[in-house]
Design a protein around this ligand. Sequence first.
Ligand SMILES: [Zn+2]
Length: 377
Amino acid sequence: MAVTYELIKTCKQTGARLGRVHTPHGVIETPAFMPVGTQATVKTMSPEELKQMDAHIILSNTYHLWLRPGHELIAKAGGLHRFMNWDRPILTDSGGFQVFSLSNMRKIREEGVDFRSHLNGDKLFLSPEKAMEIQNALGSDIMMAFDECPPYPAEYDYIKQSLERTTRWAERCLKAHARPGDQGLFAIVQGGMHADLRRQSAADLTSLDFPGYAIGGLSVGEPKHLMYEVLEETVPLLPSNKPRYLMGVGSPDALLDGAIRGIDMFDCVLPTRIARNGTTMTSQGRVNIRNAKYTEDFGPLDPECSCYTCRNYSRAYLRHLIKADETFGIRLTTYHNLHFLLEMMRGVRQAIQDDRLLDFRNEFFTMYGLHDNEKGF
Ligand SMILES: [Zn+2]
């Protein structure tokens, strides 16, 4: 198998797991946060910088790379790793989420989804087989099965019908996957906020024996306590010898509370997206560097942080760069935010090792100015 999971230990205070995901391009220490490199780049960061901050894996988006520059071109370049000069693991999504969130005039049928490109309006068709063809050409270490992520809220009957189709699509993905020796294919458990539907989805997908399982359909606008309830119901249904990936979650509080509930992998555009308008995550909570109170603040962005940005530049300088729309300012805030989350995840792994993740969580929440699950980013 291309991708395997090694459980090192379970935290005695919580259900959190310390582990390793083994892939053809190296090991991912878990719980892990995966920076998002939508268009074969984590916006403004070089691969060397991502390595400096010790990112073990990045995520890239199948839909975007399919539309531009095209998966055939990336295959010609020797695959996505060679194309973007990143030799560590890569996870690609299935393209489904972007089809449902970005495109116009989509029509879902059993065969797949008809839609129009968000770039030029071209008529396109994405199916389980096509999603596998694209991801096989990209050569990512971890590929995702093509699924539908229903909106929140949605009718019970629609969610049931949708998850059953997603399971049939997952079976078709397994059959169409041409490189199982080089790439691991993860399935996505759906079922909205309904415990019985989550059970149905998890039972059907785990019987197909994928090398890993994602929990999809969360962080789509529901209150956080509902997300945690769904995790508590769903995670125990997943095999303990496979990695568990919570899709689209990246606020510090949700990473902690997800890990506590047994999640191993997370991804989110949040740290990079907010960095571009000057919002940063620091040990004192959220700091928007555009704020006038930083005009003459010559101290570091985060005095507790050891990253390149915080070692070398002041809040006043960052504020000036971001306000002047300078790319270097965006690079510096992006670097810091990614470093902050990756450092926090190193802390999470150490706390699991030391059987004190609940204490770590409470210390972090106090330091960050969070008081309950509803607050945060
Ligand atoms: Zn920093």
